[in-house]
Design a protein. Structure first.
Length: 184
C-alpha cells in the first residue's frame, strides 16, 4: 500500500491591503439593492470599467463621475440585497472601490464581493460615519477610524482575506497547489 501524499496547504497571513487609509466615504442607507448599485438595463455589460460608468445611476448620479480609486462605500443594514448578480461588485471594482463597509450585508452580495476582490467589512456603527469623511481601516486591530472616532469592525476570516489579497476567487484558485481531503 502506497503512503498517502501530504497535502500542501498555503499559510495565509493577514496583511492589510495597500491603500486602506484616508479613503473618502460615499454614504448610503439601509437596503441598498443590487439594482441601485448597477441598474438591470446594464446587465449585458460584463466589463468592470464599463459597468463603473453606470454605478449608482438613478440612485446617486454623481457617483460614477466623481468616484476615485481608493474611495469606500459605507452603507447601512442589508447592503447589496436583491439579485444574485456579480455585476454589482464588478461595477465597484471598475470604479476603483475595493472596500464596502456596512452594518450588515445581504449574504449573496457579501460572497460575490469576495469572489471578485471587493472587501466587505461589517461595522455595527457604520451609520455614524458621515458622507465625505476620510476613513482608515485597521483590519488587524479590529477597528476603523473616521472623523476622529474609532468604530469596531468584525474580523475578516483568514481564508477570505486570502481571496481578497489574490484579487478574487479565480486568481486565488489558480494558486491552490493541492486541496486537502479528509480520508477515513
Amino acid at each position: 500500500m502506497a503512503a498517502k501524499k501530504a497535502a500542501t496547504v498555503k499559510k495565509v497571513t493577514i496583511r492589510p491591503p495597500p491603500g486602506l487609509d484616508n479613503m473618502r466615504v460615499w454614504k448610503f442607507g439601509d437596503n441598498i439593492d443590487t439594482d441601485a448599485i448597477i441598474p438591470g438595463r446594464f446587465l449585458t455589460i460584463n466589463n468592470p470599467d464599463e459597468l463603473a460608468k453606470h454605478a449608482f445611476e438613478g440612485t446617486r448620479d454623481e457617483f460614477a463621475k466623481s468616484v476615485t480609486a481608493g474611495d469606500v462605500i459605507v452603507g447601512g443594514r442589508n447592503f447589496g440585497c436583491g439579485s444574485s448578480r456579480e455585476h454589482a461588485p464588478l461595477a465597484l471594482i471598475g470604479a476603483g472601490v475595493k472596500v464596502v463597509v456596512a452594518r450588515s450585508f445581504a449574504r449573496i452580495f457579501f460572497r460575490n464581493s469576495i469572489n471578485v476582490g471587493v472587501l466587505p467589512v461589517v461595522c455595527p456603527d457604520a451609520d455614524k460615519i458621515a458622507d465625505g469623511t476620510k476613513i482608515t481601516l485597521k483590519l488587524r486591530e479590529g477597528y476603523l477610524e473616521a472623523g476622529g472616532n474609532r468604530y469596531k469592525i468584525e474580523p475578516v476570516p483568514e481564508f477570505m482575506q486570502g481571496i481578497i489579497d489574490a484579487g478574487g476567487l479565480v486568481a486565488y484558485a489558480k494558486n491552490v497547489k493541492e486541496v486537502p481531503v479528509c480520508t477515513g
